[in-house]
Design a protein around this ligand. Structure first.
Ligand code: AMP
Ligand code: MG
Length: 402
């Protein structure tokens, strides 16, 4: 059985970046910048006032009490025509460019105005309350690097740098297919031995959360023709994923059927719990991930492998958000499989946040996964751990985001 880290590395090797497209700035929220973005202009473009007051020559205001003649005014967005001479001031407002000749701002709270004379109550050094050109950033500055996730701040910065359209990675297209004769669609009434497919909605939402565009192909029955018919619709996708049918049961057809259809299997079965029967391969250039059917196995494998694959295709870092926390209870020694145990935060009497694994870890128990705060990750052959020891954790809410 392949170690998890090796399986991840082999999947990442097979993933290519998706091409980029141009989108209007507001529509780029949550997308990934495809290449570096430089400032088209300096911010501010000229030296500007940081206050409402009077633009002055600091040499006129070496001592408090100087009286200056106000020769005009300049609001934000306008350029003062003319030049400030000795003994002169210009009424100015926040953000307005300094008139030529001025080198400081007398704030209005420190000035007494009567008609066209203003008296300074303070002395001023050069540059006081002046924002030099390029204070925020200079033209040509690399403000955002390729791979940056475009959140609200990044969009604001891109706009300030003079960009209205942004080159972003196309959302990777992911075809998702569940398999199983027992499955019905959410909303349908299952027969006595049936169950509702929870993997379709779980995986679809995960793909959206990781910046992809899911194509839900529904449920294929456990017959080769049905599987192939469904997968015919997976053309023009960047990834194909299935769930179920990947074990060794007589109805587990995925490997056999898809191999006959051109799938090259790179590996099958990994040293992981849950998720042992994970399969990975390629249809030509398209990576294929065969997830286990059990809902917890499918979801945990998606977090560990599919997330990394999608983030790689977007040019994002692929590491899981791994943290550390102390155990509320003891753990038995682990076997040869890397273990991902569902757990929850639990506050100790002293107020420390500890982690407590669910008492049962059966991979069919989706309810404990849906309510888990985190996964406790244990390496193969991890020895028994007493309560209070530190373990690695993955906060699920963070792992569901880009
Ligand atoms: P399989 O790998 O097909 O043997 O499936 C393993 C277990 O996962 C079986 O109990 C299935 O009923 C269950 N299962 C498979 N696919 C899904 C699905 N889409 N939603 C919920 N449970 C599933
Ligand atoms: Mg099945």
């Amino acid at each position: 059985m392949l170690p998890v880290a090796e399986a991840r590395a082999r999947i990442l090797e097979a993933v290519k970046p998706v091409p980029y497209e141009w989108v209007a700035l507001p529509a780029a929220h949550g997308r990934v910048l495809a290449r570096d973005l430089r400032a088209r202009r300096s911010q501010p473009p000229l030296p500007v006032s940081a206050m409402d007051g009077y633009a002055v020559r600091s040499e006129d205001l070496r001592e408090p009490g100087a009286a200056l003649r106000v020769i005009g005014e300049v609001p934000a967005g306008r350029v003062f025509e003319g030049r400030l001479g000795p003994g002169e001031a210009v009424r100015i407002f926040t953000g307005a460019p300094l008139p030529e000749g001025a080198d400081a701002i007398l704030v209005q709270e420190r000035a007494e105005r009567s008609d066209d004379i203003v008296r300074a109550l303070v002395a001023l050094p050069p540059g006081k309350f002046v924002r030099p050109a390029g204070l925020d950033f200079e033209a040509g500055w690399k403000g955002l690097a390729g791979g940056h996730l475009l959140d609200a701040r990044a969009l604001g910065l891109a706009a300030a740098m003079g960009h209205a359209w942004l080159p972003v990675r196309r959302r990777p297209r992911v075809a998702i297919l569940a398999t199983g004769d027992e499955l019905v669609w959410p909303g349908e009434t299952p027969g006595p031995a049936g169950i509702v497919s929870s993997n379709n909605p779980t995986l679809t939402a995960m793909v959206v959360g990781w910046g992809g565009a899911p194509l839900d192909l529904g449920i294929a029955r456990d017959r080769p023709e049905d599987l192939m018919r469904a997968l015919d619709q997976a053309r023009d996708t960047d990834f194909v994923i299935t769930s179920g049918g990947a074990s060794v049961g007589a109805y587990d057809l995925v490997q056999e059927t898809l191999t006959a259809r051109g799938l090259e299997v790179a590996f099958w079965k990994i040293a992981m719990r849950p998720g042992k029967p994970l399969m990975f391969g390629r249809f030509g250039e398209i990576p294929f991930l065969g997830l286990p059917g059990n809902p917890v196995s499918a979801a945990v494998c998606a977090i560990v492998f599919l997330r990394a694959a999608l983030l790689r295709s977007l040019g994002r870092p692929t590491d899981l958000p791994i943290g550390r926390a102390r155990l509320a209870v003891s753990l038995d020694a682990n076997d040869e499989r890397e273990d991902y145990m569902r757990g929850r935060w639990k506050r100790s009497p002293e107020g420390e946040l500890l982690v407590e694994p669910a008492s049962r870890q059966d991979s069919s128990m989706f309810a404990t996964f849906a309510h888990a705060d985190l996964l406790i990750r244990r390496p193969p052959h991890d020895p028994a751990r007493p309560a209070g020891e530190e373990v690695e954790i993955i906060e699920i809410a963070r792992a569901l985001a880009v």
